[in-house]
Design a protein around this ligand. Structure first.
Ligand code: URA
Length: 440
């Protein structure tokens, strides 16, 4: 019997589950332009209200993963482990994790994105290193992976074009915030990019998609179940995004902070999250350890003996960059401004998205797709939640080459923080680790 989109919309509206063939046809025809946006919008809204079963979500994920090219990593020996963050402010963990895992003998083929809106993107951070090229051909991508042990670059192929089209439609139809739709969107791209195992950093809080721990857990568990059904073992770390991660927000400033961790130091919360993610990646690889403590000490060892930093240098060189820049990775900005709090007291909460927006206004991000990033622009955060602040001490320093952006960025930043007389309870950066079998 012919599968017609009108019938599928009716079926989903009634809360019935769609079958594999029905989802395959729907995704194939929508990608090819044979289903118009108005019908797909109705379907997305029906999914938003009715949800999807695990099987449906997996069929949708695989149909989207198969809508374009898939990257074939079979020429690289060993289990390839990928990681994905749901997006945040000051999130530079990829810059640390990829060389650490490579130093431990675990190949990592990472395709990263650029920042948009208030969230940063790893490609922009890497390109702030003089000479680094992120747009690699597929051959170069595989060559760098083979030579260095890891690669981190912009997407080389048309991966999951169905997701690209559906995501744009969701964005304008009020259907982004649906757990099966987010989960299938993320996992389709991970599956198409060829990894055997996947570690997810699911951000939770005022600078993330998922505002609450419960919703972040639900999303993480859903993605782990898709991973299991699709034959990709997956683990998730739920991490706090109720304040920026680490001290730096801005592209070269974040490279500087990542290099601090690769040199064995670094800000504590940022370092803690890198360690938690690296442990999960190592434990999913074929280099896994008997227990978590051993995994930690092997990770500490490659940070201490300089081999992780060495891998990062090799990578920078392999993609045309200046590895000497990593000795002192600072790009000076013309203008600098201290930001003082609006009142005295304890920093109680932070509108993290607003901090990201302030950095973007300074030149660290884009408001339109083709805006040019200023690698030197950004914010150095001097106080974290729970710190007592006074009117005499700055809570942050702004850096930019565009002086006119300073007043708006300053007020966005000052107003991002709520200050009160009561010291808030400290929240750890790692809120929960969910492994296959520990969820529903
Ligand atoms: N990131 C994605 O790739 N897709 C979503 O739907 C949400 C976040």
């Amino acid at each position: 019997m012919e599968i017609r989109i009108n019938d599928l919309i009716e079926k989903k509206k009634r809360g019935e589950a769609l079958g594999k063939e029905e989802i395959d046809v729907m995704v194939r025809d929508y990608t090819a332009g044979a289903i118009p946006d108005y019908q797909m919008s109705a379907m997305l809204m029906a999914i938003w209200f009715q949800g999807m079963t695990d099987e449906e979500t997996t069929y949708l994920t695989l149909a989207m993963a198969d809508s374009g090219d898939r990257l074939d990593l079979s020429s690289i020996p060993g289990i390839k482990v990928d990681k994905h963050s749901t997006g945040g402010v000051g999130d530079k963990t990829t810059l640390v994790l990829t060389p650490v895992l490579a130093a431990l003998g675990v190949p990592v083929a990472k395709m990263s994105g650029r920042g948009l809106g208030f969230t940063g993107g790893t490609v922009d951070k890497l390109e702030s290193i003089p000479g680094v090229r992120s747009e690699l051909s597929e051959e170069e991508f595989l060559r760098v992976l083979g030579e260095v042990g890891f690669v981190d670059a912009a997407q080389t192929k048309e991966l999951a074009p169905a997701d690209k089209k559906l995501y744009a439609l969701r964005d304008v139809t009020g259907t982004v915030d649906s757990i099966p739709l987010i989960a299938s969107s993320i996992m389709s791209k991970k599956i198409a990019s060829g990894a055997d195992r996947i570690v997810l950093d699911v951000k939770c809080g005022s600078g993330a998609f998922m505002g609450t721990l419960d919703s972040a857990k639900e999303l993480a568990e859903q993605m782990i179940r898709i991973g299991r059904l699709a034959g990709r073992k997956t683990a998730a770390v739920i991490s706090d995004m109720d304040q920026p991660l680490g001290r730096m927000v801005g592209n070269s400033m974040e490279v500087e902070e990542a290099v601090e961790v690769l040199k064995g130091g670094g800000e504590e919360r940022f370092r803690t999250l890198c360690m938690a993610l690296a442990v999960e990646m190592l434990q999913l690889s074929d280099r896994r350890c008997d227990n978590e403590d051993e995994a930690r000490s092997r990770i500490e060892a490659v940070l201490k003996d300089g081999s992780a930093l060495g891998k990062f240098r090799d990578f920078v060189r392999a993609v045309g960059g200046d590895a000497n820049f990593l000795d002192d990775p600072v790009i000076p900005a013309k203008y600098k401004k201290d930001v003082y709090p609006v009142a005295e007291g304890y920093l109680t909460s932070c509108n993290t998205a607003q901090v990201g927006l302030a950095a973007s206004r300074l030149g660290a991000g884009r408001s339109k797709k083709d805006d040019v990033i200023d690698p030197a622009a950004g914010i150095c955060i001097l106080a974290k939640l729970g710190d007592r602040v006074s009117l005499e001490s700055p809570i942050a320093v702004l850096y930019t080459n565009k002086e006119e952006t300073l007043p708006e960025a300053e007020s966005l930043l000052r107003e991002a923080y709520i200050i009160s007389d009561e010291k808030p309870e400290e929240k750890p950066v790692v809120l929960e680790v969910i492994r296959e079998g520990s969820g529903k």
